[in-house]
Ligand binder design. Structure first.
Ligand code: NDP
Length: 349
């Protein structure tokens, strides 16, 4: 099957790409620079030589029409599009320009390009987020149960509150725009839509793309922990407290895009493994990496605890687990594999 994957240089997308190529699909992936394109093609020499992997450059996804050229060029026989590219970082000065525009215009411009130039596309999977599900004012409320049907009430007016809220707004507005697009007959969409909504994603990094300095946002805390930044005090976990492994997130995209057909049509897939806290991360690392004792917080170091059950939200992703049939990778395995991969990156730099 011929698949287009946007943002192939990303942490999650690199795993999707790997799973697609392992299953012998033909993949066109987009990145924003030649250096990232070269890193990907040299990691997959035989697929690149046989054109079962093509890396295309889309320099700015925030530009309306950004994806027209790549879809026009590669749209023939294209069946599936997986749209993962979207900014996930808190290092911006202008949230509208640096987060909202690439998230929102990126999403609408790829959907418009598919409708215009690739009538053979049957399924589009958009990487959304728990950010589009959570309600910030209910995170401490035990009677709130976040599920596939929950929506973050955030609006564009909230983007100057703080960086996390701005990011959540970018994901919420982009996902809403995608559902609105497929619902409006005027857009002439011949495809259906599935979204994948992960909470915090941990897991191994794909070696050829990662550096510890430029680690993706969700693995940043693990790099901090092994670099000794948690030694005196473990930082607060944040508000979200739920996580999933990157290999399961990638598998969810592949299953939703290529394997599960009508069963997942129109669904939001809330891919969650379970609860986590920074305190638990510290404990797992201490147990599994005794050689790093000098960098890791000692037993009894305060901070990063999970609020007790009566003081945090609930969640229910049973529909997603049933639809995907994935046995979620557990926290200890995920963290051990993450740290092992980070050590390889460090060793090679
Ligand atoms: P990465 O930062 O590793 O990947 C983000 C991808 O989007 C990269 O390919 C990046 O390109 C691309 N991108 C970002 N901004 C732009 C832009 N302005 N123009 C063009 N491309 C851009 O993070 P993840 O792999 O974690 O994120 C992938 C997706 O998953 C995103 O949609 C994110 O919102 C979502 N997500 C991630 C979660 C997590 O915990 N990791 C949780 C929930 C959702 P480049 O490599 O050039 O920077």
């Amino acid at each position: 099957t011929k698949v287009l994957l946007t943002g192939g240089s990303g942490f999650i997308a690199a795993h999707i790409l790997d799973q697609l190529l392992t299953a012998s699909h033909t993949v066109i992936t987009t990145v924003r620079s030649q250096s990232k394109a070269s890193a990907i093609t040299s990691a997959y020499p035989s697929q690149s030589a046989s054109s079962s992997l093509i890396v295309a450059i889309v320099p700015d996804i925030a530009k309306p029409g950004a994806f027209d050229e790549v879809i026009e060029q590669h749209g023939a026989d294209l069946e599936v599009v997986l749209h993962t590219a979207s900014p996930f970082h808190f290092k911006f000065s202008d949230p509208k320009k640096e987060l909202i525009d690439p998230a929102l215009i990126g999403t609408t411009s790829i959907l418009k390009a598919i409708a215009a130039y690739a009538p053979s596309v049957k399924r589009v999977v958009v990487t959304s987020s728990f950010a589009a599900i959570i309600n910030e004012s209910h995170v401490s409320d035990p009677s709130t149960v976040f599920s596939e049907s929950s929506w973050n009430p955030v609006t564009i007016d909230d983007i100057h509150k703080n960086p996390a809220t701005a990011y959540r707004a970018s994901k919420t507005l982009a996902e809403k725009a995608a559902w609105d697009f497929v619902k409006d007959p005027a857009n002439n969409a011949k495809f259906d839509l599935v979204t994948v909504n992960p909470p915090m994603v941990f897991g191994p990094v794909v070696h050829h793309l990662a550096t510890l300095e430029a680690i993706n946002t969700s693995n940043e805390r693990i790099v901090d922990a092994i670099k000794g930044k948690w030694k005196d005090e473990i930082p607060p976990t944040g508000q979200a407290y739920i996580w999933v492994d990157v290999r399961d997130v990638a598998a969810a995209h592949v299953k939703a895009g290529l394997e599960l057909g009508q069963k997942v049509s129109g669904k939001r897939l809330f891919v969650v493994s379970g609860w986590f806290s920074n305190a638990e991360i510290a404990e797992v690392l201490r147990k599994n990496f005794p050689e790093d004792k000098g960098q890791l917080p000692e037993e009894g170091t305060k901070g990063g605890e999970l609020p007790e059950e009566g003081k945090r939200f609930g969640y229910d992703n049973s529909e997603t687990t049933r639809l995907l049939g994935i046995e979620w990778i557990g926290l200890e395995k995920s963290l051990v594999d993450t740290v092992t991969s980070l050590k390889k990156v460090e060793g090679s730099s």
